[in-house]
Design a protein around this ligand. Structure first.
Ligand SMILES: Nc1ncnc2c1ncn2[C@@H]1O[C@H](COP(=O)(O)OP(=O)(O)OP(=O)(O)O)[C@@H](O)[C@H]1O
Ligand SMILES: [Mg+2]
Length: 405
C-alpha cells in the first residue's frame, strides 16, 4: 500500500537500503520496491548500458513481469532514446502510441498501459535509464517525479560503487554463436547487406524465437545457423569451434547430422507415405533414430501409411517435424512452421515443438511473425533491418495452450 511518506523520508529509506551489505542487485531491487510503492509506479526496471555488448540491459526489476536479462539496442526503442538524449518521456496512455502495438512494449512484449522514462547519470554521463510502467491511475505528482529523479542518481551511484554485475545465466552451454556476422548478397550490380553485425548465442536446450518484419533477414539468419548459407564476414562457432569458412564436405555433414529443418511449406514427398518420408531421411543420416518412433513422438503413429495428400496441413507439418527429429539433430531450425496453418492446427504444431523443448530437451530456433507465439520462448530476438534490436529473456515462458491469437 502507498504510505505517502514525504520525499525526504522516502529517499532516506532508499539510502538505508542502498547502504546495506547485500549485493548490488538485492539492495537495488529492495530500493526499487520502496520507490514503486511511494510513487505509485506499477513496475520499475533499471536499464544499464553494457559497454562490451553495446546494449542496454534490464539489470534490476521490481514488479511481476520481470524482464531482467533482456537487452535492447540503444538505437531502438524509447529506452534507447532516453539513454541517447537524456530526454524524459511520459506516455500517459500507450494505446495510441506506435511503440506499443496491442498494448505491449514492442521490444519486451510486456503489457504496458503507461510509461515513464528517465535517464540515469553519473558524473555528467548517462549510464542507463529508469523505466516506470503501469501506474495505477492519473499523472505522477511533482513530488513523485522528484523522488524518481533523485532515485535515478542514487541508483546510478550504487550500481557503480557496489559493482552491479550484468545478469547472465551461467548454467547455459553455447551451442552455436555468431560474432559480428555479416551477410551480403549481390543485387543488381551492388551488394545488399542483409545481416549487419549480428552477435548471437544459441544455448543448448532453449527455445529461441526470432521475430521481425518481412525482409528483415530472419530466414537468412536461420540459413546461416543451419549451414545452408555462409557468412560474408564475421565468425560462427559450433560447440566452441570456429565454423566460419567450412569446406563443402564439413557443411554437408553439419546440415545432415547436426540440423533438423522445418519450413512453412512441408516439402514432403507426395509419392511416399508418412512413414516412408521419415525412413528416407533416417536411412541417409548416421545415428538416426527409428522412423515409427519419430512418428509416435508427434502423435501420428496411427497414420503412418497415409500419403501426404490424405493428411491435414497440421498433420503434414508434424510429419515434417518427425522427419527433422528422427535425425537426432543438435538443433531444430523452424522457419514459420505455423505460417500456412489455421489456428487449431497451428496450435497442435506448437504443442509438439513445446514437448520437444521442454520434455525431450531439444534445442529449437523458430522464426515467426506472430508476437503472441513468441511468449512461449525462453528468449526472443527481434530483428530489424538485419540487426538485432533486442534480446528478451522470458523468465516464465507461456505454454502453447495459453497462447491466443
Ligand atoms: N539469395 C538471395 N539473393 C539476394 N537477396 C536475397 C537472397 N536471400 C534473401 N535476400 C534478400 O535479403 C533480405 C532478407 O531476406 P529474408 O528472406 O532473410 O527475410 P525474412 O525476414 O525471412 O522475410 P519473410 O518474413 O518475408 O520471410 C530481403 O531483402 C531479400 O530479398
Ligand atoms: Mg523468411
Amino acid at each position: 500500500m502507498k504510505t505517502l511518506r514525504g520525499r525526504t523520508e522516502t529517499l532516506w529509506q532508499v539510502l538505508l537500503k542502498l547502504g546495506g551489505n547485500a549485493s548490488a542487485e538485492q539492495v537495488l531491487t529492495e530500493a526499487l520496491e520502496i520507490v514503486c510503492e511511494e510513487t505509485g509506479a506499477g513496475e520499475i526496471t533499471l536499464w544499464l548500458y553494457h559497454d562490451a555488448e553495446k546494449q542496454l540491459v534490464a539489470a534490476v526489476h521490481a514488479g511481476d513481469s520481470s524482464i531482467v536479462g533482456t537487452s535492447v539496442s540503444p538505437d531502438h526503442s524509447l529506452v534507447g532514446r532516453t539513454f541517447q538524449t537524456g530526454e524524459e518521456i511520459w506516455i500517459p496512455d500507450t494505446s495510441k502510441h506506435p511503440s506499443f502495438p496491442a498494448g505491449r512494449d514492442e521490444e519486451t512484449g510486456i503489457p504496458v498501459r503507461n510509461n515513464y522514462l528517465l535517464s540515469m547519470r553519473l558524473g555528467g554521463k548517462i549510464t542507463g535509464c529508469l523505466q516506470a510502467i503501469n501506474r495505477t491511475a492519473g499523472e505522477y505528482s511533482d513530488e513523485e517525479k522528484a523522488i524518481l529523479r533523485s532515485f535515478c542518481g542514487l541508483a546510478a551511484m550504487a550500481a557503480e560503487e557496489k559493482g552491479l554485475v550484468f545478469p547472465v545465466r551461467s548454467d547455459r552451454k553455447v551451442l552455436v554463436s555468431l560474432h559480428n556476422a555479416v551477410k551480403e548478397y549481390a543485387s543488381g550490380g551492388s551488394m545488399l547487406r542483409v545481416l549487419k553485425d549480428v552477435n548471437l548465442e544459441i544455448y543448448e536446450h532453449e527455445l529461441l524465437i526470432i521475430l521481425g518484419e518481412s525482409g528483415c533477414g530472419k530466414s537468412t539468419l536461420l540459413n546461416i545457423l543451419g549451414g545452408m548459407d555462409c557468412l560474408t564476414s564475421g565468425e560462427m562457432t559450433v560447440d566452441g569451434r570456429v565454423f566460419s569458412h567450412p569446406t563443402e564436405k564439413e557443411l554437408t555433414e553439419y546440415r545432415r547430422d547436426a540440423i533438423g529443418f522445418v519450413f512453412q511449406a512441408y516439402h514432403l514427398m507426395p509419392n511416399l507415405t508418412a512413414l516412408e518420408n521419415i525412413e528416407f531421411i533416417a536411412e541417409n543420416t548416421p545415428n538416426a533414430g527409428n522412423a515409427q518412433e519419430a512418428l509416435d513422438r508427434v502423435h501420428l503413429g496411427s497414420v503412418a501409411n497415409h500419403y501426404p495428400s490424405m493428411m491435414s496441413g497440421g498433420q503434414q507439418q508434424r510429419v515434417a517435424i518427425a522427419r527433422a527429429i528422427v535425425k537426432n539433430p543438435r538443433m531444430i531450425l523452424a522457419d514459420e512452421p505455423t505460417g500456412a496453418l489455421d489456428y487449431a492446427t497451428g496450435k497442435e504444431v506448437l504443442q509438439i515443438i513445446e514437448k520437444l523443448v521442454r520434455e525431450e530437451k531439444t534445442t529449437v530456433v523458430m522464426v515467426t511473425h506472430n508476437a503472441e507465439i513468441a511468449r512461449m520462448a525462453d528468449r526472443v530476438i527481434r530483428l530489424r533491418d538485419g540487426r538485432i534490436s533486442s534480446i528478451q529473456e522470458n523468465a516464465h515462458p507461456r505454454s502453447a495452450d495459453e497462447l491466443v491469437w
